[in-house]
Design a protein around this ligand. Structure first.
Ligand code: SF4
Length: 603
């Protein structure tokens, strides 16, 4: 752990220390009443005043912290152990274990957390002994899903394959290779659950379903202070402030831990890093680098027109990779060409907007768009052999890209620096080479050097690894991921390969017949696809351990002959009469995922 988050550790550590030391500090007893001085204000003897029974407020705050934190940590620890065991077993053993583990979690997820807690506490009776198992049950699914998604991602990595090649057994691979890789996300989930458990415990105590009086609890203190709010408003302020400060400290700690345990932290502008930690969600979110809304492309023909890309809406933030995935003919390459203003002559954008850092690209004149290409917006194409000019040395080609946007820059020197940055050995000598003197992987690295030469905000990579063998492909993906993190690039990765998506993308948008049919975080989409097309794509991806992949029966319908209802209906095994009635729209679910399948709940 190289970047220890000292400020949140010290802040939260101080709160924990005060709570632990409460019994030995020179403070009055938390339950001893002094009704003669009820609702007395702050004094030298009682720094924060006395409550409705004359008890010392400061003492009750510190003892309340003991209760809240011990309930929250005990519940989170139980949920962590049980949830991780379920997720790891499901993700690693697969088969019936996976079905049982995930379906039991799905059942729990059907109940809103607060309602589940209320139900169990009402049946079992209030008290800290009931709260711990109830909160553990509420937060268990989060751990299961994090562990399950982590195992699924880790098991497809090359280093796991390398362990298999070395002859390591399943247990050893799990303990030595997979578990250490999901440790970071699980740790973050733990701190998130503990923070949420503090709030839920206080809420239940406030409702009279948590800690039993006269034991001190922040929720009970808030509930009691509400009744005397007009006479002693400070009594309401102290427990609310304690709760808020504790949650802020835990959130900051959680964010700091995530950065510390993640070897590849997400890019965030340095100026707002700490503000984000202290007030997560309160600051306006960073504006998306790329923001597409309702993008529709039309092709005119002598017999009329058709729309091969319809109503595409997506966004990419700085330091984020979005994979646009789908079969040939799904419209993903046309979408990326529309963004960069490079559509073929017969095609034009007829609806929607495409904003790059707030500027609508579709409204720009060609000259302004030309200045953006290769500058703020760069592209890498599939085949570097045809993208590099065969009669010019590669160093000259990089320098030319630099001079096109920055005429006074020391282009030759920068070209060598860029070649070095993209991992080309002996860059000064390679800069003098012609493209045919380099390997396919090196040529693609040169293309990447050209693309990043003018510090783009958006990098569009259209199948950039398809022409490369598997080893070089992995190296190029690593390079792109490093550049994205280091420079805060928004990376739009167009591909048909699901293993590549798993390797590089934070989020994935699945396209079919010109529409986005599903969108969400990669791990979530891979673990629980919500559209039958995504599920079929996943089943058709090769898996060295599972059964031979199933193809998807049928073909993508041509854009001039689309079905009236769901575009996937002719190939969908779940097709119902409602699917043919009208074209379903992409729906956004409460957790932010999107699907256009009408039957996603049932399936
Ligand atoms: S809407 Fe109907 S036809 Fe379309 S994917 Fe969903 S179930 Fe299949």
């Amino acid at each position: 752990m190289s970047r220890i988050p000292w400020p949140p550790i010290l802040g939260f550590g101080a709160i924990v220390l005060l709570a632990v030391l409460a019994p030995v500090l020179p403070l009055p007893d938390p339950v001893t009443m002094d009704v003669a001085h009820r609702l007395a204000g702050p004094s030298l003897a009682h720094w924060l005043g006395q409550d409705e029974f004359g008890r010392d407020v400061l003492t009750r705050l510190l003892w309340g912290a003991r209760v809240s934190l011990s309930v929250a940590f005990a519940a989170s620890a139980i949920a962590c152990v049980a949830g991780v065991a379920l997720g790891v077993a499901g993700g690693f053993l697969r088969g019936i274990v996976e079905i049982l583990a995930l379906r039991s979690i799905d059942v729990l997820l059907c109940f809103p957390p607060l309602l589940l807690a209320l139900l169990v506490v009402t049946l079992a009776g209030p008290g800290a002994a009931t709260l711990v198992p109830v909160l553990a049950l509420v937060y268990l699914p989060g751990f299961t899903r994090v562990a399950y998604a982590g195992v699924l991602t880790a098991r497809s990595q090359d280093y796991v394959e390398a362990m298999r090649v070395l002859g390591a057994g399943k247990g050893r691979i799990m303990l030595r290779t997979i578990l250490p890789n999901i440790g970071g996300p699980v740790l973050v989930q733990f701190s998130l659950s503990a923070a949420a458990a503090v709030v839920l415990e206080s809420g239940l105590s406030f409702l009279g379903l948590g800690v039993v009086p006269p034991a001190p609890s922040w929720g009970l203190m808030i509930g009691a202070a509400r009744a005397t709010m007009t006479q002693a408003p400070l009594l309401l302020l102290w427990p609310c402030a304690a709760l808020t400060l504790t949650i802020l400290a835990m959130n900051a700690l959680c964010d700091g831990l995530r950065d510390a345990v993640d070897p590849h932290p997400a890019y965030r502008p340095p100026g707002r890093r700490w503000l984000d930690r202290l007030t997560p969600g309160l600051l306006p979110a960073t504006r998306a680098v790329l923001d597409l809304r309702g993008l529709t492309v039309r092709i005119d023909t002598p017999d009329g027109h058709f729309e091969p890309v319809r109503d595409v809406t997506l966004h990419i933030d700085a330091g984020e990779t979005l994979a646009l995935v789908g079969e040939s003919g799904s419209g993903k390459s046309l979408t990326s060409l529309a963004i960069s203003g490079l559509l073929p002559g017969a095609a034009r954008v007829v609806a929607g907007s495409a904003r790059l850092d707030g500027t609508d690209l579709l409204a720009l004149p060609e000259e302004a768009l030309r200045r953006l290409r290769g500058g703020a917006m760069a592209m890498i194409f599939q085949d570097p052999s045809s993208s590099l000019n065969p009669v010019h040395r590669v160093g000259e080609q990089i320098a030319e890209a630099i001079r096109a946007h920055r005429p006074k820059a020391p282009a030759a020197t920068e070209a060598i620096t860029l070649l070095k940055r993209v991992g080309i050995p002996d860059p000064a000598a390679r800069a003098r080479a012609f493209p045919h003197e380099l390997s396919g992987g090196m040529r693609q690295r040169v293309m990447i050097a050209i693309a990043i030469a003018n510090a783009p905000r958006l990098l569009i990579a259209d199948e950039p690894t398809t022409a490369l063998d598997v080893t070089i492909q992995a190296q190029v993906l690593d390079l792109l991921a490093d550049l994205k993190r280091e420079r805060g690039l928004a990376l739009l990765f167009v591909t048909h390969s699901l293993p590549v998506v798993a390797e590089i993308a934070d989020r994935v948008a699945v396209m079919y017949a010109g529409e986005i049919v599903e969108q969400g975080a990669t791990a979530e989409v891979f673990a629980r696809p919500l559209h039958p097309y995504t599920a079929a794509l996943l089943r058709s991806a090769p898996d060295e351990e599972g059964p031979p992949p199933e193809g998807i029966p049928g073909v993508v319908p041509p854009p001039f002959d689309l079905p009236k209802g769901c575009v996937f209906a002719p190939r969908c095994v779940h097709r119902a009469p409602a699917c043919d009635a009208a074209r379903p729209k992409l729906a956004t679910l409460p957790d932010g995922r999107q699907t256009s399948c009408l039957r996603w709940r049932e399936l």
